[in-house]
Design a protein. Structure first.
Length: 328
């Protein structure tokens, strides 16, 4: 299976008018394009009650969730978002699909398209899989990346950007620290591209060298190996999930030592600004990358992130459908 490069993905996701037509990566999108996603999401949130409003923008459309990897937050909030937009939603059970009998991904897609799919929401363990799918679908179908391998998780990044904008303010005033396994994190990659494009004052990562990506020097980020220095006076602290499978590799010292050095505890959070917000994309390993009292504490906006995921996914689904129709 051939998966396209990040550059190709960035080009593939825009229609001839330069509007979003698939959503595959935050990389390569302009500040205006990212801001349009945030503003559209904001428009679905009632300014007084904070309740996310319904809208019939996808009435009569069919959204198919294709999750080749486990998910709680992303799959469910995509389903809620599509239903709030009036779409019919099908969650395809991949383990029971005919791919288990040897059918190729391409044949599966073409069959699902024949059942009048309008949008595929795709999570896949292989980096580039949603781009491959976007290159195979008919011009009538839009593809949304719900997380691919170590590459990108663009809707997570955008719900994180909405959370930051709502709870910490304008990006140009903010120092943002991302803590933990940057190297294997699709969330961190998508967040870094979005924060750079949206003009964050300062982007920091705090991690042992073994958990930094190899191409890191090109990303223009400040690197810290000690939490005390990396967290000093930041406005936003984002803890990443430590993938348990990495604990047994040579990359990490072990859960206890990682927690001692890089766990976001109440003690370490004191180095950040007093009103700094704490974020985590989930799922959380309590006592590994974050202390329970911090995850559940007054500075945590973790459950707000989940809630804004509905509005951001409503925005992305509706913008991609509009871009797909305009581009025909
Ligand atoms: N943050 C995130 O992608 O969570 P899920 O794996 O539960 O979708």
């Amino acid at each position: 299976m051939h998966f396209s490069s990040a550059h190709e993905a960035s080009r593939l996701q825009l229609n001839p008018q330069g509007r979003l037509r698939h959503f595959l990566t935050t990389e390569g999108l302009s500040r205006e394009q990212l801001t349009e996603i945030l503003d559209t999401a904001e428009g679905f949130i009632d300014p007084v009650s904070g309740v996310i409003r319904n809208s019939p923008l996808l009435a009569g459309r069919t959204v198919m969730n294709l999750f080749f990897e486990a998910s709680t937050r992303t799959r469910t909030t995509f389903e809620v978002a599509a239903k709030r937009l009036g779409a019919d939603v099908l969650n395809i059970d991949i383990s029971k699909s005919s791919t288990s009998k040897g059918e190729t991904l391409r044949d599966m897609l073409w069959n699902l398209q024949a059942m009048t799919a309008d949008i595929f929401v795709v999570r896949h363990g292989d980096s580039g899989a949603p781009h491959f799918i976007a290159s195979q679908v008919t011009p009538k179908v839009a593809v949304i990346n719900a997380g691919d391998g170590r590459h990108a998780h663009p809707t997570q990044a955008m719900l994180d950007m909405l959370t930051i904008r709502r709870h910490a303010g304008a990006f140009e005033n903010l120092s943002v620290a991302i803590i933990g396994d940057i190297r294997h994190s699709r969330v961190a990659r998508s967040e870094i591209h979005a924060l750079q494009t949206l003009g964050a004052k300062e982007i920091r990562v705090i991690a042992p060298r073994t958990l930094l990506p190899r191409d890191f020097d090109n990303l223009g980020i400040k690197v810290f190996e000690r939490m005390e220095e990396g967290l000093a006076d930041v406005d936003v602290a984002i803890a990443l999930r430590i993938q348990n499978e990495r604990m047994e590799s040579a990359l990490l010292p072990g859960a206890d030592e990682f927690y001692t050095l890089y766990g976001l505890t109440r003690e370490k959070l004191k180095y950040a600004k007093p009103d700094a917000i704490v974020m985590h994309p989930g799922p959380i390993n309590r006592g590994v990358e974050i202390e329970s009292e911090v995850a559940d504490g007054p500075q945590s906006v973790i459950l707000h992130q989940v809630n804004y995921g509905i509005a951001v996914r409503m925005a992305v689904l509706s913008l991609a459908m509009q871009g797909q129709m305009d581009g025909r």
